[in-house]
Design a protein around this ligand. Structure first.
Ligand code: COI
Length: 362
């Protein structure tokens, strides 16, 4: 792979981040970009000023959705260091998603270096407050103009950076969830385990209808029998019950979350009985009725841990753990964020340091 070309613009003013960052509203000054062609493979890696993209109206991904993305975070630790959380896992998942939709794979080591270079250049944009971070959004799309249904011949990979706060406006407060038994998010052997825009498009109508009824998001059931629990909103789900903590087993329809993987590993280290298996919504309601359901929470990069305080299924309205996040969700959130912000040592090799280097302004 070629070396990265830098087109860095001079910064005249100090970066002032708004008080309330929210999620995905602000963007840093530069992006990373590279191109793919059949003859040259991935080439032309460049870090350049953020600008609008101009594209032909027949650009393939606009029509047939051949695109993938990732979401990971950079943190400013309490010692002033800049770190990434499990970037290797995100890059690996990007390549898994790529395979499913016929996008050519990227060199994982090179992409990690590119990511670190971009974050280094934009490190002044990383908020230092706990709960805030720099969200990193790599994405790839089929870029040549053509209206026949086939894999594209050229691709673009872009890394975009966005300083963020909490994903949900509730922050860490428990959310209200509606069990969705009309629409489905993804089918097994379809695109469910792939981080591709289609899955998010499929989720929008259900999300909007749930919001109109006063819920934050929906809980997704499997697409065949609409019986087993799969995901919650855009997150993986964990159910804390008497004797075991259950998370749905990866079945091709569920996104293999990096936070999901992190939580499973922590629970195992804490000697808790974490089980990956099928779990039906009926089992959850029965456990609720018998008083054996202690907590439900979602896991994802954006929100880390998001507790479900209220769950509604058909006519049944359940208040989970008195509408409180619960000890386990709080403990997991504290553990993961403490490692991310350097308040606790990383004994797992999850943290990747970004060395601060001077880069010349062009
Ligand atoms: C996450 O939880 O990190 C997500 O996947 C949400 C993202 C699509 C905004």
């Amino acid at each position: 792979m070629e070396t990265i070309t830098y087109q860095i613009k001079e910064r005249n003013e100090e970066i002032k981040l708004p008080e309330n960052l929210g999620f995905g509203k602000y963007f840093t000054d530069h992006i990373f970009e590279m191109d793919y062609t059949v003859d040259s493979g991935w080439h032309n890696p460049t870090i350049k000023p953020l600008a609008d993209i101009s594209m032909h109206p027949a650009t393939m991904f606009i029509h047939y959705g051949q695109a993938i993305f990732e979401g990971l975070k950079a943190f400013k630790t309490v010692n002033g260091e800049v770190v990434l959380f499990r970037p290797d896992q995100h890059i690996k998942r990007l390549n898994n998603s790529a395979k499913r939709v016929c996008i050519p794979p990227v060199d994982e080591d090179f992409l990690l270096e590119a990511l670190k270079e971009l974050v280094n250049i934009e490190h002044n944009w990383i908020p230092a407050k706990k709960g805030e971070s720099l969200y990193i959004r790599p994405f790839v799309y089929g870029s040549n103009p053509f209206l026949g249904v086939s894999p594209a011949k050229t691709y673009k990979l872009i890394i975009l950076l966005s300083p963020v706060g909490a994903y949900y406006s509730e922050g860490f407060k428990p959310v209200k969830i509606l069990v969705q038994d009309e629409y489905v998010r993804a089918v097994r052997k379809g695109l469910g385990e792939c981080k591709t825009p289609a899955n998010y498009a499929a989720s929008l109508l259900a999300g909007e209808e749930a919001k109109a009824k006063g819920f934050t998001q929906v809980l997704w059931l499997d697409a065949v029998a609409q019986k087993n629990i799969e995901e919650v909103g855009t997150m993986n789900i964990f159910i804390n019950m008497k004797g075991e903590i259950v998370t749905p087993k990866l079945n091709g329809g569920i996104l293999p979350g990096i936070t999901r993987k992190t939580v499973i590993q922590l629970l195992k280290e804490w000697d808790m009985n974490i089980v990956e298996r099928e779990i039906s919504i009926d089992e959850v309601t029965k456990k609720y009725d018998s008083g054996d359901l202690f907590g439900i929470f979602g896991t994802g990069t954006a929100a880390v841990i998001s507790a479900v305080g209220w769950l509604s299924f058909k006519e049944k309205n359940m208040t989970i753990n008195g509408g409180d996040a619960g000890e386990l969700a709080v403990k997991l959130f504290d553990e993961i964020t403490s490692i991310q912000y350097g308040l606790k040592d990383d004994t797992h090799g999850w943290i990747y340091k970004v060395e601060k280097k001077e880069v010349e302004v062009s």
